[in-house]
Design a protein around this ligand. Structure first.
Ligand SMILES: [Zn+2]
Length: 250
């Protein structure tokens, strides 16, 4: 069963790569065959097997021999891995609406993370469908009020930073992402998610400073850390929250 979930994740990851590419090039997501980004040669099914094709072709296009971005196999592998971890954390109850809800939200977050990393941008066409999905799910589970409170506090927190810094600390995309993540987690889990994101951001930021790759003033796309933190909270949120609130003695 684990293998089936993993392979399913690889295939979905390959689809997410196509979505990320087409969102940027404003091609239709549904129509049109996949093609090489360099030579535009149409790709055969043999070139589209997740991870395997990349390895067989040793990371180069079969037709023009230019390099294929490591993003493609990486996103596929990460999606496969996260799907497996989600299946494990839900004890393989794979037919529940909760499982498929979390799976779908994770796909949205992977798109947001990769797109923000590459282009420093969080797109409305990704945020709004996810926000609608979360709202409908919250209505069906009675989490609606918690979701609204979480959304208002977390996006309000980002909005304050956005206006105080005039957009230097944080982008307006993060304010919208705060709406989505607050809706998904509510306030209690949302704050743990936020802390984890800042913690990861600080570690990576200090790491980049020490190795001299970034200057203090250069910004890191915070949406990446928020998305990764959110996925971790979906997988291990209750454990992390219990541990953290125990620590605080709450
Ligand atoms: Zn090519």
């Amino acid at each position: 069963m684990i293998v089936i979930v993993f392979v399913f994740g690889l295939i979905v990851g390959s689809f997410l790569n196509a979505v990320i590419f087409r969102l940027h090039s404003s091609e239709s997501i549904i129509r049109g065959r996949s093609h090489c980004v360099h030579c535009k040669h149409e790709l055969s099914p043999m070139d589209l097997i997740p991870v395997v094709s990349f390895m067989i072709l040793s990371g180069k296009c079969r037709y023009c021999h230019k390099k294929i971005s490591w993003q493609y196999p990486l996103v596929e592998l990460v999606t496969g891995l996260v799907f497996v971890l989600l299946a494990l954390s839900s004890d393989f109850r794979l037919l529940t609406s909760e499982f498929w809800y979390l799976l779908t939200v994770i796909c949205f977050l992977i798109i947001i993370a990769v797109f923000d990393f590459k282009h420093f941008l969080i797109l409305d066409v990704v945020i709004y469908p996810a926000l609608i999905l979360a709202t409908i799910y919250n209505l069906s589970t009675g989490f609606f009020v918690e979701g609204i409170i979480g959304a208002l506090v977390i996006s309000g927190f980002f909005a304050a930073q956005y206006f105080v810094s005039k957009g230097r600390w944080i982008g307006f995309g993060d304010v919208k992402l705060g709406l989505l993540l607050g809706s998904i987690f509510g306030l209690k889990l949302g704050l743990v998610m936020l802390l984890l994101a800042y913690f990861m951001g600080a570690i990576v930021g200090v790491g980049l400073l020490i190795t001299g790759r970034k200057k203090l003033s250069s910004e890191l796309p915070f949406g990446v850390f928020l998305s990764i933190s959110a996925i971790l909270i979906m997988l291990y949120g209750q454990d992390l929250a219990d541990w953290y609130y125990n620590l605080l003695g709450l």
